[in-house]
Design a protein around this ligand. Structure first.
Ligand SMILES: [Zn+2]
Length: 104
């Protein structure tokens, strides 16, 4: 599968791959910034790093979840094509918890 990116998108993909997106931690690196100026621009009281933005920031939660669901849809489609039976997102009771795996 080949992907075609516009020039700007390609640059952003390369920046993300090499941890070079202009987050506050990256931009202020070596400039003696205080903790307040390194805080996330979304206001979530965490240091704005690529890890925070791409893994835990509430501002990007919707797109992270959408990406996860899209990948899950793709896997389910492929399993249907090859005839594999599966159960999707069935809750499993566990002592003290309720687990919801993606696929079984
Ligand atoms: Zn944040």
């Amino acid at each position: 599968m080949r992907y075609k990116f516009a020039g700007r998108d390609f640059v952003q993909v390369i920046q993300a791959r090499f941890n070079a997106l202009p987050t506050r931690s990256r931009v202020w690196r070596g400039r003696g910034a205080d903790e307040k100026s390194l805080r996330c621009r979304a206001g979530c009281n965490a240091r704005e790093t690529l890890n925070h933005v791409s893994q835990s920031c509430f501002r990007t939660h919707r797109v992270r979840t959408a990406r996860h669901d899209k990948i899950l849809d793709f896997i389910c489609e492929r399993l249907d094509v090859v005839g594999v039976k599966y159960v999707r997102e069935k809750p499993i009771s566990f002592p003290g918890k309720k687990l919801i795996p993606d696929l079984i």
